[in-house]
Design a protein around this ligand. Structure first.
Ligand SMILES: [Zn+2]
Length: 136
């Protein structure tokens, strides 16, 4: 998969806030009933929005406040609401981390990028390396 191809298609714009974006983000769909995580899309995000979708990591590395401010600004919510969203997402992430997940790739992505079949063929993975990619 070409990072530059994705960047060009997005015209260097963040898929969320439409600001300048240069970071490539994988979007996963989680089938909790069957423990299957499916790569459904790659999209370009700005640094701020990318921190929001990985807020647990942002908090871990000291950028939690900036990520929370960005989340609140984007959604027109107050910090209390933003923190509630974060807490719910972290609870869901912790719950999902208790299981072993299989990986899949959405058919349109697989047709366009056959090399992604390697993901499916790999052994089941833990979500510990792939925290949830949720955006409010
Ligand atoms: Zn953005």
């Amino acid at each position: 998969m070409s990072y530059h191809e994705t960047l060009t298609a997005a015209q260097y714009r963040c898929a969320v806030c439409k600001g300048e974006g240069r970071e490539c983000h994988e979007v996963w769909l989680y089938d909790d009933a069957n423990a299957v995580a499916t790569l459904v899309q790659v999209r370009i995000l700005c640094g701020g929005c990318h921190q929001v979708v990985h807020m647990g990591r942002a908090v871990k590395y000291g950028n939690g406040r900036a990520a929370l401010v960005h989340l609140c600004k984007l959604n027109g919510i107050d910090p209390k609401e933003g923190k509630e969203i974060y807490d719910r997402a972290m609870a869901e992430w912790k719950e999902r981390n208790k299981r072993t997940w299989k990986m899949d790739v959405a058919k349109p992505l697989l047709e366009r990028y056959p090399q992604l079949a390697l993901l499916i063929e790999s052994a089941a993975v833990s979500l510990k390396k792939n925290p949830p990619s949720q955006h409010p």
